[in-house]
Design a protein around this ligand. Structure first.
Ligand SMILES: C[S@@+](CC[C@H](N)C(=O)[O-])C[C@H]1O[C@@H](n2cnc3c(N)ncnc32)[C@H](O)[C@@H]1O
Length: 269
């Protein structure tokens, strides 16, 4: 299967799984490699056999869906987003907190990079100024292997290379080429297996991260449906953080930009 054939196949198959081709354009090789592996496993000469298989065996669509999960992530991804969260969002939410707890949900958490970055920022940088407030982080993903890696908390250099030196030193022990996250930064993160299309954790949350998942890979109608559910879990005044390539699928009065360039929105009270 060459690239053109795979692209044509994905453009045909993705909309049937409520996904969108533009989200996959740059990462398609990963998906195409997995499909090639499946064709070899099934002893199929090409994609036409696979299309027939999908028609005859609807359960194969689940397999194909699993090939379309992209798990790229890293600590401190999009540095300016975390700087804005640290300097503006978290401080303001902590100052205005009505209880002694802030709640955050990271959807599509991969191996925990995003949720642990937030935990590091909170405990190492902000907690000394807001000692009475706890930050509870719930992180969800649909893939067991990602969640198991998150629970282990061991990372390669490529995952932590964007972290500022201070956070790296505070947060990790370095052993045998691996960076091992210290337990005090893991304890406030709870990982749950959930497919965001079917289930979401109960709100209200003060911050929801939805980066490089719903608004990257899913079709616009599904995006709009999930946005409604996400917003119902966001507390008034809370922050919704999207990825740098993500856009809201429709206009909504419920959100105002908090930092336009960082794709961070605030829920209107
Ligand atoms: C590209 S990564 C983004 C990770 C992180 N949010 C970030 O921005 O660095 C997308 C993650 O979403 C997960 N994912 C994909 N489809 C999902 C679904 N339907 N429900 C929950 N998680 C999903 C993948 O397993 C992967 O870990």
């Amino acid at each position: 299967m060459n690239d053109n054939e795979c692209v044509e196949f994905l453009q045909w198959a993705l909309p049937q799984m409520r996904m969108r081709w533009p989200g996959f354009r740059k990462v398609r090789r990963q998906v195409c490699r997995r499909i090639t592996g499946r064709l070899e496993e099934l002893n199929f000469a090409g994609l036409s056999h696979y299309k027939t298989c999908l028609a005859d065996h609807p359960e194969e669509w689940k397999k194909l869906d699993s090939f379309c999960h992209i798990s790229i992530s890293r600590f401190y991804r999009d540095k300016n987003v975390f700087l804005f969260l640290q300097d503006v969002v978290l401080k303001e939410l902590a100052k205005k907190a009505e209880t002694n707890r802030l709640r955050c949900w990271c959807s599509g958490c991969a191996a925990g990079e995003e949720s642990y970055t937030l935990s590091l920022l909170w405990h190492h940088v902000l907690k000394p100024c807001f000692s009475a407030i706890d930050l509870e982080i719930i992180a969800t993903d649909s893939i067991d292997t990602m969640l198991n890696r998150a629970l282990k908390g061991h990372y390669a250099k490529s995952s932590i290379k964007e972290l500022p030196e201070e956070l790296l030193e505070a947060g990790f022990n370095h052993q045998n080429k691996e960076y091992i996250l210290k337990s005090q930064y893991r304890d406030s993160v709870r990982f749950i297996k959930q497919d965001v299309r079917k289930k979401m954790p109960g709100g209200p949350f003060n911050i929801i991260f939805c980066r490089y998942l719903v608004f990257t890979y899913f079709d616009e109608k599904l995006q709009a449906e999930l946005l409604e559910k996400i917003l119902s879990r966001l507390a008034p005044g809370g922050a919704l953080v999207l990825g740098k390539i993500d856009h809201l699928p429709c206009k909504t009065e419920k959100l105002k930009p908090w930092s336009k360039q960082d794709h961070i929105y605030r829920k209107v009270c």
